[in-house]
Design a protein around this ligand. Structure first.
Ligand SMILES: Cc1ncc(COP(=O)(O)O)c(C=O)c1O
Length: 372
């Protein structure tokens, strides 16, 4: 008898929202019927090659028969602290301030459980957000809470506050002043703040700042942790390479749990991460590809009657024709272009669609032509 059939066990999956992507399937079929094939701009999954130097590092570490450690190799920790100092401006980070994780999605989904949160605790995240923040709250039985301005939240029972700048899906960036205000509020109320910064390298009309920047955190990492991923910056979504950096006590607790529970980053991925964080050239090249696609798509969408909001950073254009998002999805699917409906990210997105920049130049050109 499966857990789902057992009268004694309520399946955990019953706590989770309906997996929304299944609802897009009929539109995907419509778009795929286009004579020149589908242009799939619905999922933000990288399509460009994994840079050669990263692949070489992965292959070079292929002969690793022993277990990796949860905390990673000293070389990896050096690479994490070094990158955070160089790229984020974080000062005086030690090894105890960093930790590799197996993909940031996995971290987001399991963090509330690993922090020991449960019924009676609250987990807050933006009103329009990456759906996994809610999933993480629901998996441990905590109450998910959405916000427009986190400093307007009631701090009672609030145990974890998620920020996401640049934002998925809107591409909105929180500036240094806003971040500073939010960090101060969270500390004042003893609320642990996790800042998901996985699109930080993809600022277009904004220069995203980390919560670890001294102007934001005052040079102390107390109560704050930044989450970074190599999926987008280095085309490594398939490697599951990510890390957290910040409050040593919080990371120490996660380390103790993960030493028992596993979730170790595979050794070849650790080596690949060291190589990826030591090289800026591939990030610059990838940024240039996305910038060109963004310019082309943005122009074509606006000429087609779309209005673009926010979108100053990240891998997405947050677009509307001032109609229900599913009408827009249907309209574009008929042209052979698949996009994500805004209501996947919260009811507030019901009149928007999210258009990803993650398609080849050839497919982006095809989309531009179809919109013309
Ligand atoms: C805001 C945000 N956080 C985290 C992730 C997960 O990234 P990964 O698990 O590949 O590190 C995504 C992926 O799309 C995202 O948009």
């Amino acid at each position: 008898m499966s857990a789902a059939e057992s009268p004694a066990v309520t399946p955990v999956s019953a706590r989770l929202p309906v997996f929304p992507w299944d609802r897009l399937e009929p539109y995907k079929a419509t778009a795929a019927a286009h004579l020149d094939g589908i242009v799939d701009l619905s999922v933000g999954t990288p399509v460009d090659p994994v840079p050669e130097l990263i692949r070489a590092a992965l292959v070079g570490a292929a002969d690793t028969p022993g277990y990796p450690t949860v905390w990673g190799t000293p070389e990896l920790r050096d690479a994490l602290t070094g990158w955070c100092g160089r790229r984020l401006g974080a000062r005086d980070l030690a090894h105890r301030n960093v930790q590799p994780v197996v993909g940031s999605k996995e971290l987001v989904a399991w963090l509330p459980t690993q922090l020991g949160l449960g019924p009676g605790d609250r987990v807050a995240y933006p009103r329009l957000a990456y759906p996994t923040y809610e999933v993480g709250a629901r998996l441990c039985g905590a109450e998910p809470v959405v916000y427009d301005d986190p400093t307007a939240l009631d701090p009672a029972g609030l145990k974890l506050l998620w920020l996401n700048s640049p934002s998925n899906p809107t591409g909105r960036v929180l500036d240094q002043e806003e971040l500073t205000r939010i960090v101060a509020w969270a500390r004042r109320h003893g609320v642990l703040l996790f800042s998901d910064e996985c699109y930080l390298e993809l600022g277009w009309e904004a220069d995203p700042v980390s919560v670890l920047h001294p102007e934001v955190c005052g040079g102390s990492y107390e109560g704050i942790v930044a989450v970074h991923s190599l999926s987008k910056r280095s085309n490594l979504a398939g490697y599951r390479a990510a890390f957290v950096a910040g409050d040593a006590e919080v990371l120490g607790e996660l380390l103790r749990i993960r030493k028992h529970g596993g979730m170790m980053t595979p050794a070849p991925v650790q080596a690949a991460t060291v190589a990826a964080l030591g090289d800026d050239a591939h990030v610059t090249a990838q940024r240039a590809r996305y910038a060109a696609r963004r310019t082309a798509l943005r122009g074509a969408l606006e000429a087609h009657g779309f209005r673009i909001e926010h979108s100053e950073a990240s891998l997405y254009l947050w677009a509307t024709r001032d109609e229900p998002c599913w009408d827009t999805v249907a309209h574009l699917a008929a042209l052979g272009v698949l996009v994500a409906p805004g209501d996947f990210y919260g009811e507030a997105g019901a009149r928007f669609v999210r258009v990803a920049l993650t398609a080849t130049d050839e497919r982006i050109e095809a989309a531009v032509e179809r919109l013309g």
